[in-house]
Design a protein around this ligand. Structure first.
Ligand code: SAH
Length: 365
């Protein structure tokens, strides 16, 4: 099977070109064709000699990820079902917004974390995505929306909030981010990429020292260990105190905040005392809070908090000076909203659920 080029660094391209054409600038040409112009066929890299294009085409494809299906919602949201080389399915979401569009990326096929309110958790972990498979999600969607070679005029935001826990696939995720940020490639600003973690504390501490790093979001959703242990079993491994210490020590840049995601679950974590405990917990952290109304699914044992309670919660946090926003669900009707990604084509769903039960993150590693 021919290997994919997308996901390789300039240095790696140089290496594979060496035997075929030793001119040092060939790697730059190929890099720009792949990432800046997003060519779909090697034949379109017309600045490379025809013989080199032919030789490369014999050994390589541009990407081995393909769009298996696209679901469109009435609000413009599109959910992409992508098929990887080995047949594994993952999902990405295109979210058009008035000022900038956002692509929500997956970093793992499935997820090992077993959060009680999330559909992806029900799949368990199939495998980590490679850097090329993460970059390919952006590449495929931009090409689908704009066509090759066209730069999105108002830029694009990336959120690593699809399937999977990015900090449990650290190397591949960081490699993908560095590629996406390459000025002579896709040229996406690191400040427009947000990585969301359920709280992998060593990963957060490591991220703090990366020369190129995304903005940080943390899925919190509970302010006592008793509740968070139940909702997000990863808390048994890295409890709230350790997470809080890592957040307090995290070196923020200019105009940077840590975002905290808080899924609002009816009667579970949405009372006034929860809001007050959250205010105390966030002390000493430059924090923003995003309240996410729970996106229900028949398989999930929770209901969404009523709107009045979400507003009340927001009001209490804002009164304490914490910038707090309510995330409006997008693409619910096509199962594209937060926590609904489960690569379920109707015919796949039963098979997937039966073959890979959710695993407990605390029991892993
Ligand atoms: N593993 C990472 C990345 C996934 S992000 C993380 O946990 O942050 C997915 C986001 O969707 C998380 O903030 C999570 O709390 C939220 N989420 C999961 N299930 C949800 C649901 N059913 N309704 C609303 N938000 C949900």
């Amino acid at each position: 099977m021919r290997e994919a080029l997308l996901g390789r660094t300039r240095g790696e391209l140089k290496e594979l070109l060496k035997a075929r054409d030793p001119k040092p600038y060939r790697a730059h040409q190929l890099f720009e064709a792949l990432y800046r112009r997003r060519i779909r066929e090697l034949q379109a890299a017309t600045d490379l000699p025809a013989s080199l294009r032919a030789a490369l085409s014999e050994a390589f494809v541009i990407t081995d990820v393909e769009i298996a299906d696209v679901f469109r919602a009435s609000d413009g949201t599109r959910r992409y079902l992508l098929r990887l080389r080995d047949g594994v399915l993952v999902e990405s979401v295109w979210l058009p917004e008035p000022y900038a569009d956002t692509i929500c990326l997956s970093t793992q096929a499935g997820c090992p974390l077993a959060c009680a309110f999330c559909m992806t958790a029900r799949l368990g972990l199939r495998r980590n995505l490679e850097a090329g498979e993460i970059v390919a999600q952006v590449w495929l969607i931009l090409n689908d929306i704009y066509g090759p070679g066209v730069r999105p005029e108002r830029g694009v935001n990336l959120v690593l909030m699809g399937m999977g826990e990015p900090l449990l696939n650290y190397e591949n995720v960081l490699k993908a981010i560095r590629l996406l940020c390459e000025p002579r490639g896709m040229n996406i600003s690191q400040r427009r990429i947000t990585l969301s973690t359920a709280g992998v504390v060593p990963g957060i501490r490591r991220l703090a020292h990366e020369p190129v790093r995304p903005e940080l979001a943390i899925s919190l959703s509970a302010t006592t260990n008793a509740l968070r242990d139940q909702l997000m079993p990863i808390n048994r491994r890295w409890p709230l105190e350790e997470l809080q210490a890592a957040c307090r020590e995290y070196p923020l840049r200019r105009n940077e905040w840590i975002s905290f995601e808080y899924v609002m679950l009816d009667q579970v974590n949405d009372r006034e005392e929860d809001a007050r405990r959250l205010i105390r917990w966030l002390r000493g952290i430059r924090a923003k809070v995003n309240l996410i109304p729970h996106n229900p699914a028949p398989e999930l044992p929770f209901a969404a908090s009523p709107e009045a309670r979400v507003l009340r919660f927001q009001h209490i946090l804002r009164a304490a000076g914490i910038p707090t926003f309510i995330r409006h669900p997008r693409g619910r009707e096509i199962a594209a909203a937060c926590g609904q990604l489960a690569a379920r084509r109707r015919e796949d769903l039963t098979g997937l659920l039966a073959s890979s039960p959710p695993r407990d993150a605390a029991a892993r590693e």
